[in-house]
Design a binder for this molecule. Structure first.
Ligand SMILES: Cc1cc2nc3c(=O)[nH]c(=O)nc-3n(C[C@H](O)[C@H](O)[C@H](O)COP(=O)(O)O)c2cc1C
Length: 181
């Protein structure tokens, strides 16, 4: 059996458009990508975009369940790696504190494999004590991080908070889940 199944969580950060490119490059590299979008992410980019790029159905709601077994539980059991890119301050908070109120946070809580987060937010949000503390706790639990980088932010500020560029995220994914021939 191939170990190439990735859950790609997309949250409501403006960098969600970069996540479409990440999805495309992961699929092209040979990963089996299953996207879960939050409600906020769906305000910024469409389900159809990820469905086409991943060639798999996209989960947008906990309640959209065609099979007897909820998809988020099935996916959390089957996946080899979970990546959340972009990862909002909101997701960081919920994941740290065990809140499961949508398909993505519920899947994240049920998933026991390696987790990679690519945070993206305004630099003052990134510097906020609550966010710093959440990152510290998650790092202690063995969660992997890539970025954020420094540079021009969508809000007009310049600082730390930019989501890492796709090649850097891809590299980290390949380290955590090398593709087997
Ligand atoms: C246009 C727009 C861009 C946003 N970008 C970000 C962002 O980059 N990072 C972030 O943490 N929140 C951002 N937010 C706020 C989140 O969308 C908001 O906190 C939301 O509750 C996140 O929900 P989610 O984590 O379930 O996707 C943005 C909001 C808007 C309206």
């Amino acid at each position: 059996m191939k170990n190439n199944k990735i859950i790609l969580g997309v949250t409501g950060g403006i960098a969600a458009y970069k996540s479409a490119d990440l999805c495309s490059k992961l699929t092209a590299a040979g990963y089996d990508v299953h996207v879960i979008m939050t409600a906020s992410a769906q305000q910024l980019i469409t389900q159809r975009c990820f469905q086409t790029l991943s060639r798999n159905p996209v989960i947008c709601s906990l309640w959209d369940v065609p099979e007897w077994k909820p998809e988020h539980i099935e996916l959390s059991e089957a996946a080899d790696l979970m990546v959340v890119a972009p990862c909002t301050a909101n997701f960081l908070g919920k994941y740290t504190h065990g809140i499961a109120d949508d398909a993505l946070t519920t899947t994240a809580l049920a998933f026991t494999g390696p987790m990679l987060l690519a945070p993206a937010m305004n630099s003052r949000m990134w510097a906020a004590p609550a966010v710093r503390e959440n990152c510290r706790i998650l790092t202690e639990r063995g969660v992997h991080f890539v970025g954020p980088g420094k540079g021009r932010l969508a809000c007009g500020d310049d600082g730390v908070g930019r989501m890492s560029e796709v090649p850097e995220i891809l590299e980290k994914i390949k380290q955590l889940l090398p593709l087997q021939d």
